[in-house]
Design a protein. Sequence first.
Length: 129
Amino acid sequence: MDQLTEPAGLVALGAAAVALLALLLVAIVALRVRRLRAEQRVVLGGRAREDLVTHAAALQEAFMTLHERVEEVAAGNGVVLSSITHRETARLYCKQVVDGRGEHLLSPEEDEAIRLALAGERSTVVLED
C-alpha cells in the first residue's frame, strides 16, 4: 500500500484514471458511430456501402436530369389553380394550360399568374372583398 503513495504509484494511479476515462470516451464515441451508421442505412436503403455524399450527389444528378426533361416536355403546359372562399364554402378550380394559354376562359388573375410563371417569377395573388 505504501507504493501507491510514492511518486511512481501516484503516476500509475493517474495513468489508470486517464486510461479509464479514455476507455469510457471511446465507448461513447463507438455508440454514436453505431447509431449514425444505422441512420445512414435508413437513408441509403440497401446500398450501405455508399456514403451520404455520394448518395446526395446521385440525387442531385437525378434531379437535374428530371428538371431538364420537364423543361423539354412542359414548355408552357400545366395547370392554373384558383380558389374562391366564403364563410360556408370554398371552391378550387383547376384549368389546364397548353402553350401558355388556358383551354377554358381564364380570369384576369389567372392570366396574370400564367404570365408571371412563364416569366420565371414566383408570386401569389390574393384578392379580398
